[in-house]
Write a protein that binds this ligand. Structure first.
Ligand code: HEC
Ligand code: HEC
Length: 283
């Protein structure tokens, strides 16, 4: 806090002091300079608020990273078999499975997960991968949509993203998606909740600093769905957004809402160039 007090003396805005005080509640350790971390990143694209992009993987400890690296110890890999069975499972009034139209998931879904959220020409709006899966279920299969956080939806999302593992995230922000991207960007920088903080207050300004026992990352989403050791299950990206919103005592947006789609679109594109890591492992 010393730094905050010194800055007041130098005439820094009250808002900045409030943020610093709030971060102190969270036990954020403010170091004077950039923390001395040995992160491996990639140069950020032009227009990025960052100089370098770092996957959240870089901020986790060696045990967590090793768990992600080894397919036999990565619990997220347990999603792949049931999702593959579901891919071939005929369901709904049209008498079809995913495979009836999309055939071999290893071939047709290669690279697809790296591009979401993306424009859906028929609906004339961008959709998240979870939304696209449910659109196919309801519109093309005549089946019920899968619920938010259900094993079926999270496993299928994991399978499709896994088909892009190691490929760079490549989310388009030009053309018709631009207005939605701009809305997502605005949401990212808007202060919310009783603690009056934006996503950027933690993930842009203080990544690399400790918050309680946790090391703050850039809040990238190239690892989602990600296995969380704390929760002991795979967590879809919107569930992580909900967790961060609750931490600043904000009321989270609704699952599958426009707000979450816009936020995901903005965040995913901020990580363009990072490799898809699904299924990631985080603490
Ligand atoms: C009757 C055919 C049909 C079935 C069955 C079907 N889909 Fe689709 N799917 C489509 C069409 C057509 C599109 C193009 C986008 C649209 O119209 O919404 C699509 C798009 C997709 C995409 C995006 C592809 C891309 O390149 O962007 C994914 C992912 C997907 N479907 C997953 C699934 C899953 C998972 C299932 C099973 C739960 C499924 N689909 C069942 C017809 C189908
Ligand atoms: C009070 C600080 C704080 C705020 C504000 C905050 N987060 Fe987080 N967030 C965390 C912490 C702590 C973690 C866990 C460590 C990490 O990966 O940064 C986390 C993790 C994440 C992750 C997971 C990263 C990964 O690699 O899996 C995402 C995504 C994320 N936050 C998004 C957001 C979004 C979107 C917002 C705004 C709605 C937000 N956060 C606001 C503290 C914050």
């Amino acid at each position: 806090m010393k730094r905050g007090i010194v800055e007041v003396g130098l005439g820094v805005s009250l808002a900045a002091v409030v943020v610093l005080a709030t971060l102190k509640i969270f036990g954020l350790a403010l170091a004077a300079g950039a923390p001395d971390l040995h992160l491996k990143g990639i140069p950020a694209p032009p227009g990025s608020p960052f100089k370098m992009l770092y996957s959240g993987y870089q901020f986790r400890n060696a045990t967590t990273r090793a768990m992600q690296d080894d397919d036999f110890s990565n619990p997220g890999m347990l999603a792949i078999d049931p999702a593959t069975a579901e891919w071939n499972h005929v369901e709904g009034t049209a008498g079809k499975s995913c495979a009836s139209c999309h055939h071999d998931v290893n071939k047709t879904m290669h690279g697809v997960g790296a591009t979401f959220p993306k424009w859906n020409a028929r609906l004339k709006r961008p959709v998240t991968l979870e939304q696209q899966i449910n659109i196919c279920r309801t519109h093309y299969m005549g089946a019920k949509p899968w619920a938010f956080k259900s094993d079926n939806l999270t496993n299928m999302t994991t399978l499709i993203r896994y088909e892009s593992r190691g490929m760079p995230v490549k989310v388009a922000t030009d053309g018709p998606v631009t207005p939605w991207y701009n809305k997502g960007k605005k949401l990212y920088y808007t202060r919310i909740g009783q603690l009056d903080m934006s996503c950027a207050n933690c993930h842009e300004k203080y990544y690399g600093h400790h918050m309680r026992a946790d090391l703050l990352s850039q809040g990238q989403i190239n690892d989602f769905p990600t296995y969380r050791e704390k929760a002991q299950h795979l967590v879809p990206v919107e569930q992580r957004f909900i967790g961060c919103m609750k931490n600043v005592r904000a009321r989270p947006y609704k699952p599958f809402s426009d707000e979450f789609m816009e936020l995901e679109l903005y965040l995913a594109s901020r990580g363009n160039g990072l490799n898809v890591e699904t299924p990631g492992v985080r603490n």
